[in-house]
Design a protein around this ligand. Sequence first.
Ligand SMILES: [Zn+2]
Length: 147
Amino acid sequence: MDVKMHCTCLQCGNQFTLDGTDVRKTEYKDSSGKSIWCTYFWCEKCKTKHFVQLDDQTTNGMLVELIKLLARITKLQRQNKSVKKYRKRYNDITKKLEAARKKLAETYADKTLFNAYGIEEVIRMYNVEFPEVSDGQEGRPSIQCNM
Ligand SMILES: [Zn+2]
């Protein structure tokens, strides 16, 4: 995320500004041992974690594909070549990715996942509106952060 975002803590009501550096993506496990990568930030005042996005192996794979496509589109555009085909594929995958992430968030919201230390944490989702990728724009993955 390279946009600054205003947040209100769900726990203490503290208002703060978030930028990409405050967001982390780490691996959790569900009760069946399936890996779920959680993207979250925390309130600087009360340290409550707010989860903004969940990924599994499938959505992580889509993300990798989007990054590759974006690189290809950028390269072709620089050579003044048509990017129509890739742009369509990019937007198709973006839509699928958003739907899959929405489903993951619905599945795990308010449930518990195990963190890297095997400790259960409640997944409290924080709703963030990301700009939509419309046709005719290359767009970019809605969120990117350092793993
Ligand atoms: Zn707080």
